[in-house]
Design a binder for this molecule. Sequence first.
Ligand SMILES: CC(=O)SCCNC(=O)CCNC(=O)[C@H](O)C(C)(C)COP(=O)(O)OP(=O)(O)OC[C@H]1O[C@@H](n2cnc3c(N)ncnc32)[C@H](O)[C@@H]1OP(=O)(O)O
Length: 460
Amino acid sequence: MSTDYSPKTPQIAPLAEGLVSRSFPAALTAEGDPEPETQAFVRTVGYNFYDDRKPEEHVRRSVTASAADGRQLHGVYLDPGFASLEPWGDMYEKIGFDSQHPVGTFVDYDKTLNAGGAEPIPARLITGVGVSPSFRRRGILKHLMTAGLARAVQDGLPLAALTASEGSIYGRFGFGPATREASVELDLRPGAEGFSLRTLPTGRVLVIDPSRARETFEEVFAAFHTRTRGSVDRQERYYRHESGEWSAEDLSTEDKKLRGAVHVREDGTVGGYVVYQFEGWENEPTTMRVHSLVAADPTSSVELWRFIADLDIVHRATYRTAPVEEPLMHALTTPRTRKVTELGDMLWVRILNPVTALEARAWSAEGEFSLSLTDPQGIAAGTFTVSVSGGMAQVTSTESTTTPQHFHLDVEALSSLYLGDVSVLTMRDAGRITAEEEADWGALAATFDSPTKPYCATHF
Ligand SMILES: CC(=O)SCCNC(=O)CCNC(=O)[C@H](O)C(C)(C)COP(=O)(O)OP(=O)(O)OC[C@H]1O[C@@H](n2cnc3c(N)ncnc32)[C@H](O)[C@@H]1OP(=O)(O)O
């Protein structure tokens, strides 16, 4: 691994007068209640995302899960002098929110991302970004994000990642959409084509009680994470939801609707699990909603779909976080039974350290080329030579390069290319990567492009 390179720490955009920022970990008191500052922060995040007002126990559980993930909370607050700055300055404190409640929020923590290389790499995950409607478009996000990226660079993270509420917000900070997900449904109505697989069943699918299966879910997810390019490791909340312990809508209540099943392979090991719920008799067509379908191997994934499709009285099955590319459609003799009802971006990546990040990804063929990168925050700007041999890259920061295989792009485009969701040639055709006339695009694509689409099954 090349070590003589460090990305630049970006400048932190200043806050307007009367605003201050504070950072602290999500924390519980010795009695197990949320610290007041943490409680106010979590309620503000909910408010900015238009959630309804949740009970105390919901907030306590949310903080318990956040503390287990090691989440750091970064808030922007009204400074005591704010009241004198604007004619309505003291009103906000009196009848809006008190100074314990932030007007801007930003949460970060670390998990691993499977970039296709030998092992998953650390990633700084960003979530809970919100600004009070009364304080929008005054640079609060710009401050929180530049400060967050500066921390991530100083902590040595190769990249940051998030899932975006709107597609137009994060490109300016160097994030590019890097994986997509599909909403799919199986049309199982009588008279439709039906669900018929080309293969005979293998192993057994057993119905299980999800509340007793957390350990199994964690083991299967760990195996899925290891084999799946684009996967981000799951946070505490996932297991609480999948077990039914905490309902996703209101963490203070159990989810009594959830059911589960595991696929047991011929050798007796568990290859995958599915968590699902019946949508009610009044629903037409009668629908089974899949919450999670996680498999350590493709056969288990197909077998779990066979199980769902074979459930009696179910005329439709839906799943909102399916991979863009999965074997199921081609394993069916009735491929139209699986319909994609929506397709959207999912994980957004922001490369911070091109040397570490590119050395940790998967490469498809030998090759040598250089990339000149621009970066709106200056973090990863520079020229890098990439030498790929035996599926591994050696990446070096250089002052200049004379190779004809010299390409120009910005960090947003490189971040979109990173996990292999989009091909080099498509990005060229979109005008997002350019080169000198004599460059061999086919050679770059053969080295850079990935054989299958990446898949991230973790929302955060
Ligand atoms: C990772 C996540 O958590 S995703 C969730 C993001 N949060 C939400 O969607 C909740 C509702 N929205 C909000 O809370 C706010 O509008 C935010 C967080 C999106 C933006 O916060 P603000 O403090 O208003 O942004 P700020 O003033 O710093 O704007 C920075 C830049 O982004 C642009 N921008 C901000 N919000 C948006 C948007 N929704 N769409 C397009 N551009 C935007 C601004 O115009 C500005 O552009 P410039 O640099 O060219 O001047």
